[in-house]
Each structure stands twice: as structure tokens, then as C-alpha cells.
Design a protein around this ligand. Structure first.
Ligand SMILES: NC(=O)c1ccc[n+]([C@@H]2O[C@H](COP(=O)([O-])OP(=O)(O)OC[C@H]3O[C@@H](n4cnc5c(N)ncnc54)[C@H](OP(=O)(O)O)[C@@H]3O)[C@@H](O)[C@H]2O)c1
Length: 314
């Protein structure tokens, strides 16, 4: 005798039904996430960044990711306010961008985020007061040169990390925001890190990862506060990028060069409140989620200790 589907279901114990419903929901959820990811990463068209305004302010524009993004933004027609602590490096970056694109307008502002912010912030405010600033890229950041236990940090290096990554970023944001608010449009991109979102711990770089957790949460909160007024706040999360900050100096499929990363980063500006712009990093992030925390913690500790052996002066 053949049973209909509803009769078959009635004969199942309740827990079998519950488990199969959960299975269906999890599969649907996973499928939806994959489709959404494919759409965002591969199908959506490049956004026109000029719709936010003509000028972009980039902190930490003298090296690594910030320098590469400054080049990328200039190729997309934006004028640049390059912010950095070293006037010589700022001039060098400005002239190499101009050499590539003579028409681009560039202003430079010296602002040491680890120094007395008052004067530098005043310079930044004056410089942007008459500009149509549409984009702020909070990229400047620093970490320990090598793996360090907190109790060994007698030079209070951690305070510099907090000042640059946390206080500096918040201060610059609070200076630029009013100009965006007056035009009711803008985008703020804060560069976070996988060290506080993807992996469960980042031993021996603890303060750095903690400041990045702050950057993520601040970005989420500002996103909710300002979205309705027309300002997109986004946290972009890189994993490894081949810059002077990290041990990997050579680029590879999973460790892009700064310029390769910058292309993906510019494509994703304003697309969602948090994203990992370089798609192979998503694959790494997914793989990491499959590994138990205790194994990841062990691996990260041995990574921190190995960087300490390679770089420590003693
Ligand atoms: N590279 C990675 O794998 C990676 C991964 C995750 C997140 N990130 C994040 O990405 C951002 C850029 O890092 P990066 O890899 O491009 O590092 P980088 O090559 O070391 O560049 C850092 C930039 O920040 C500037 N900076 C540092 N201290 C400063 C201060 N006191 N005042 C003003 N500017 C200061 C540097 O200026 P100078 O040129 O004068 O040194 C440089 O322009 C950082 O926020 C970092 O945390 C990087």
C-alpha cells in the first residue's frame, strides 16, 4: 500500500521532522549566502564613486594599501587629500600619482596620528573646508614589529597602536563627518582586519587585534546612525596583503599586492556595511570557520612566536 507524503510525515517521530526541517533551513540559508556572495563579488557593476563627491581623503596614504588605493581612486576620477605623517613621502606619492595622471588634483596634509592631533587636525579641517569631500578612507594603522607579550612592552608601544588605530581614526572621522552631513552624502571606509573577525585570537598582537575589534564595532554603529542621512559607513576587512606591515612581502593568490587589493577595495566601497573586498580572502575565511578554535589558537600562538624569532632585535 502506497502512502501519501502527508501520511508518511505523520508516521515520523517528531524529532525526525524537526531535524529534517533544520537541515532544509540550513541548506537554504547556505545556498542563499553563496548566491548573494557570487552576486556581490562577481556580478554587481562597479559603483561610480564620484556620486559621493569629487574629493577623497585617504589616511596612511604614503605606503602599502593606502598608497595603492590613492592611485586607484585617482584612476576613477577622484581628487585626493593625502594624509600622512611624513611630508617627504607625501610629496613623493603625490608626484608619482600626478606622473600617471597629470590632471588629478591633489592636496597633502601632514598629520601624525601618534602625535599631538590638534594642529594636524586643524590643518585637515582647513584644507577640506571648501572641498566637496565625498569619501573618507581611514586606512592608517600600525602594529607591533614582532610578536610581543604585553608584559614585555616596556616602551608602551601599545599606546601608539591605540592612538593611531583607534583615537586617530575616530578623530579624523569626527572632523570629516560634518562636511559630509552638510551635503547629506558621503562614504566612510574603515580598514579593519581579519585578526579580530575571522580568527578567534591573535596572540602576541593582542592590542592591535583589539583596536581592530573597536574599528568593526564603531563602523557598525556609525552605519546605523548615518545611513538614513545618506552616508555609507563601511568596514573593509583584509586578511594578508603584501605590505611592510606583515611577514609576507611577496604577493600570491591569497596574499595580494597592495595594488591588486586596492582594485577590489574600490569596487566594494559603499556596497555593504562590512565586507572582505578581496574574494580569495573569503575562501580563507570560510576554511578557517571549519577549524576548531583551540587549533586556531595554537596555530596563531606559534605564528606569533615565529615572527618574534625572525624579527626580535634581542
Ligand atoms: N597588510 C595586511 O596584511 C593587513 C591586514 C589587515 C589589515 N590591514 C590594515 O590595513 C591598513 C594599512 O596597512 P598596510 O598593510 O598598508 O600597512 P603599511 O604598509 O605599514 O602602511 C601603513 C600606513 O599607515 C601610516 N601610518 C602609520 N603610523 C602612522 C601615524 N602615526 N600617523 C599617520 N600615519 C601613520 C603609514 O605611514 P608611513 O608611510 O609614514 O609609515 C602608512 O602610510 C592598516 O590599518 C592595517 O591595520 C593590513
Amino acid at each position: 500500500m502506497e502512502l501519501s507524503i502527508s501520511e508518511t510525515l505523520k508516521l515520523q517521530p517528531w524529532w525526525v521532522l524537526l531535524l529534517s526541517s533544520c537541515g532544509v533551513l540550513i541548506t537554504l540559508n547556505f545556498t542563499f549566502s553563496v548566491i548573494r556572495w557570487l552576486d556581490v563579488v562577481f556580478l554587481r557593476r562597479r559603483r561610480d564613486l564620484l556620486r559621493y563627491g569629487q574629493w577623497a581623503v585617504v589616511t596612511g596614504s604614503t605606503d602599502g594599501i593606502g598608497k595603492a588605493i590613492s592611485f586607484e581612486l585617482s584612476r576613477r576620477g577622484l581628487s585626493l587629500v593625502l594624509v600622512g605623517r611624513n611630508s617627504h613621502k607625501l610629496d613623493q606619492v603625490a608626484s608619482s600619482i600626478k606622473a600617471e595622471n597629470p590632471k588629478v588634483q591633489i592636496k597633502t596634509v601632514v598629520l601624525d596620528l601618534d602625535g599631538d592631533l590638534t594642529e594636524g587636525v586643524q590643518r585637515l579641517r582647513e584644507e577640506i573646508s571648501l572641498l566637496d569631500v565625498g569619501l573618507l578612507l581611514n586606512n592608517a594603522g600600525m602594529t607591533y614589529d614582532y610578536g610581543t607579550f604585553l608584559h614585555e612592552d616596556t616602551e608602551l608601544w601599545w599606546k601608539k597602536i591605540v592612538r593611531v588605530n583607534l583615537e586617530g581614526l575616530t578623530t579624523v572621522t569626527s572632523v570629516v563627518l560634518p562636511f559630509m552631513l552638510s551635503r547629506k552624502k558621503g562614504a566612510i571606509v574603515n580598514i579593519g582586519s581579519g585578526s579580530s573577525t575571522v580568527i578567534p585570537s591573535h596572540p602576541l598582537f593582542s592590542v592591535y587585534a583589539a583596536t581592530k575589534a573597536y574599528v568593526h564595532q564603531l563602523s557598525r554603529n556609525l552605519h546605523v546612525e548615518y545611513k538614513q542621512i545618506g552616508i555609507d559607513v563601511q568596514c573593509q576587512i583584509p586578511l594578508y596583503v603584501a605590505t611592510k606591515m606583515v611577514a609576507f612581502k611577496k604577493s600570491s593568490f591569497f596574499t595580494p599586492s597592495p595594488s591588486n587589493f586596492a582594485r577590489y577595495s574600490a569596487d566594494r566601497i559603499g556596497s555593504e556595511h562590512q565586507c572582505m573586498p578581496y574574494w580569495p580572502h573569503n575562501l580563507q575565511g570560510f576554511a578557517v570557520k571549519l577549524v576548531p578554535d583551540f587549533l586556531l589558537n595554537k596555530w596563531r600562538l606559534s605564528y606569533g612566536l615565529s615572527r618574534r624569532q625572525k624579527k626580535s632585535p634581542s
